[in-house]
Design a protein around this ligand. Structure first.
Ligand code: GTP
Ligand code: ZN
Length: 195
């Protein structure tokens, strides 16, 4: 039952069965009998990015001779907090300045890159820096800015119980570290330009 993604579904299902027992449940009752397998498959989906390389997401590039900022905003993010294994969700905004040849990637590939890193056990800070570093490393971007804005269910539904609290993280690389360029990029990233 090991699947191509590398997740050992049989072992994961057995662990979920054990967890149900530890929690005082009867894993053989009607409603729970398929749950261990289901949860194992759901985790395999949530952690699919562990088996993907960021360069795969960015493999399609186009020579469009564009050497200025490109921004993809409001990319929906569903990730999993590695401390509690519960979701955090929100949006990512990604901007980059292409390499000297003006080589850009497909717009959807930016969202695919976000997915590669979101579908792993994560903390929001690492998610943010991994996206930025991958654009420099695999696309040769001369400048990168990434802002991630998420609500962590580990803070909303349990623990400190503060629903609605947002965590905002940013990572800036290369030419966009220049204060003036950075401020301009940040304002574009955070503005609602469609209204
Ligand atoms: N920096 C950072 N912290 C996170 C992230 N996701 C969850 N956390 C925090 O991880 C911390 C874990 O703290 P612990 O004291 O070890 O765990 P805990 O007893 O469950 O903490 P509480 O959530 O405060 O009940 C909590 O403060 C969470 O809010 C994240 O993406 N980045
Ligand atoms: Zn958490």
């Amino acid at each position: 039952m090991t699947n191509p993604s590398g997740v050992d579904l049989t072992r994961a299902a057995a662990a979920v069965r054990e967890l149900l027992i530890a929690l005082g449940e009867d894993p053989d009752r009607e409603g729970l009998k398929d749950t261990p397998g289901r949860v194992a498959r759901a985790y395999a989906e949530s952690f699919a990015g562990m088996w993907q390389h960021p360069s795969e997401a960015l493999n399609r590039t186009f020579d469009v001779d564009h050497d200025e900022l490109i921004i993809v905003k409001d990319i929906e993010v569903y990730s999993t907090c590695e401390h509690h294994l519960v979701p955090f969700h929100g949006v990512a905004h990604v901007g980059y300045i292409p390499d000297r040849d003006g080589r850009v990637t497909g717009l959807s590939k930016i969202a695919r890159l976000v997915e590669v890193f979101a579908k792993r056990p994560q903390v929001q800070e690492r998610l943010t820096t991994q996206i930025a570093d991958a654009l420099v490393e695999h696309l040769g971007a001369l400048g990168v800015i990434v802002v991630v804005d998420c609500e962590h269910l580990c803070m909303s539904m349990r623990g400190v119980r503060k629903p609605g609290a947002h965590t905002i993280t940013s990572a800036v690389r290369g030419q966009l570290r220049n204060p003036a360029t950075r401020a301009e990029a940040m304002s574009l990233l955070l503005s609602d330009s469609r209204r």
